[in-house]
Design a protein around this ligand. Structure first.
Ligand SMILES: Cc1cc2nc3c(=O)[nH]c(=O)nc-3n(C[C@H](O)[C@H](O)[C@H](O)COP(=O)(O)OP(=O)(O)OC[C@H]3O[C@@H](n4cnc5c(N)ncnc54)[C@H](O)[C@@H]3O)c2cc1C
Length: 452
């Protein structure tokens, strides 16, 4: 019996090889640009399944990748084992303690549905289909991040299977270095089987977007940038240039239009900041701002839900000067292959957590720009990425080195991952990696090699 056959027989969950029905859909992550041909996809049902897969991969020297929703797949795991944790969906909400304990396969939608009846929220991002664990390990920039900080700041503990197949607890009391690294260091240290997350009481938000014609992009981005200088921490916002697809699912007034939008979530009911921006810019073409519960707001994001190809580039901004605004609005202009160009306003509570409380770098960056596309093929992906790189080169005076893992593009090199962090944080991450994964078994990710 070879190693892969041996693993199949040791599992409670099912495993799919190239000759099995179901393999074709399971081998593909949500990000369809990662076209991988693993030897086996293990649909893990339990920690024991994860341990079996890790031990076999480590023992046989096989590549091993971890996948939950597949939104953040980074490198194709050809010929190896994909440990798919999407069926590990245990979920317990403790409303009194304002905590959730959730399995590695949980996505934001179901977690928020479970916390909503208690008036509690988790710190989700712009897409409810994203996996909670992968999102949190990569920092977790949420739609209320200026009020409550990064999602990783609300991570209270994790259980994970490390490279030797052992189940380890990481929290403030047990393996604190590992716990520190998990908060921003991504999937480099093991397969996380469950996490404990802090929840927040939020009875109401005001959420939505106001859209203006794309022809006014530079003016709207400039006004938004000024506005962000003095909005309170209960306002988290994004300005976005987007060409709306011309498809029947999109309401008529938006179909095919090139728009500039301000998307925002206000924690509470105070609309004064939104009113001020609206009165400065004049009546929007579309204005969806309304009070609601958080769940409804989190479900009404503009992100694609179906699996998609992806090409992207992003950068941290130190400021938003007029020349930078001109460059970015040109890059995201009508007929651009960049289907969405967003600038996120950071800061607030996200900037206030102590620097050494986590491996999240660059808390003081005020803005992040991210460009997204769904290219039809590799040639289009290459030309689109060239265009994105050109746009970033053109705004170099307003950018700084660094990134959050969740916004690093797929296919990232070791040098690009190193550059995402400040040197001290990166060095410490490589040392934790050496302690828990000296052979770099977990490398199909934004990889941090072990210190030598
Ligand atoms: C449409 C879209 C919208 C997004 N919006 C936001 C946003 O608003 N804010 C934000 O911060 N990010 C956002 N992201 C980025 C997203 O958070 C990352 O891609 C994240 O890695 C996705 O995690 P996942 O588990 O869903 O994806 P997966 O592809 O399943 O996992 C991604 C990586 O995370 C690691 N990982 C996942 N689960 C585990 C586990 N159990 N144990 C160990 N490692 C694990 C692995 O390294 C894996 O390669 C968005 C991405 C997309 C595609």
């Amino acid at each position: 019996m070879n190693d892969v056959q041996h693993l199949r027989s040791a599992l409670a969950g099912r495993a799919f090889g190239p000759h099995d029905d179901g393999y074709e859909s399971l081998r593909r992550p949500w990000n369809l640009s990662i076209d991988q041909q693993p030897a086996l996809v293990v649909m893990a049902e339990s920690t024991a399944d994860v341990q079996a897969a890790v031990r076999v991969a480590a023992g046989a020297g096989l590549p091993l990748a971890v996948q939950s929703s597949g939104h953040g797949a980074v490198h194709p795991c050809d010929g190896g084992i994909v440990v798919n944790v999407s069926r590990m969906t245990d979920l317990q909400v403790d409303p009194g303690a304002q905590l959730a304990r959730l399995g590695a396969g949980q996505r934001w939608r179901s977690v928020l549905e479970a916390t909503d009846p208690y008036g509690l929220i988790g710190l989700s991002g712009t897409a409810h289909g994203v996996g909670v664990v992968g999102y949190t390990l990569g920092g977790g920039l949420g739609i209320t991040m200026r009020t409550f900080g990064f999602a990783a700041d609300s991570l209270l503990g994790a259980d994970l299977v490390t490279a030797d197949g052992e189940l380890v607890r990481a929290d403030d009391a047990q393996n604190p270095d590992l716990f520190w690294a998990l908060k921003g260091g991504g999937g480099n240290f093991g397969v996380v089987t469950s996490i404990d997350l802090r929840l927040y009481p939020v009875p109401q938000v005001v959420n939505g977007m106001m859209a203006y014609p794309g022809a006014r992009a530079a003016e709207v981005v400039s006004a938004w940038a000024q506005w962000t200088q003095h909005v309170p921490d209960d306002v988290t916002s994004i300005v976005m240039l987007v060409t709306i697809p011309s498809v029947p699912e999109v309401p008529e007034p938006m179909r095919g239009q090139h728009l500039v939008m301000v998307l925002a979530t206000v924690v509470g009911a105070d609309t004064a900041a939104l009113d001020q921006l609206r009165s400065q810019l004049g009546a929007p073409l579309i204005d969806t701002f309304a009070p609601s519960g958080y769940l409804r707001a989190a479900m009404s994001g503009m992100e694609p839900e179906d699996p998609s190809t992806s090409a992207g580039r992003s950068a941290l901004l130190t400021s938003l000067s007029e020349p930078t605004i001109a460059q970015l609005t040109a890059a995201g202009g009508p007929n651009s292959p960049i289907s969405a160009l967003e600038i996120r306003h950071l800061g607030g509570a996200a900037a206030r957590a102590p620097r050494d409380s986590s491996a999240i770098p660059h808390r003081d960056a005020p803005y992040l720009v991210a460009m997204h596309a769904a290219p039809a093929d590799e040639a289009q992906a290459a030309t689109t990425v060239d265009l994105m790189d050109e746009a970033l080169a053109g705004i170099a005076d307003d950018t700084r080195v660094g990134m959050f893992l969740n916004f690093l593009h797929h296919g990232s090199t070791t040098d690009e991952v190193r550059a995402a962090y400040d040197p001290a944080t990166y060095t410490r991450l490589t040392e934790v990696k050496r302690d828990y994964d000296p052979g770099n078994l977990f490398r199909y990710n934004h990889n941090i090699p072990p210190a030598t």
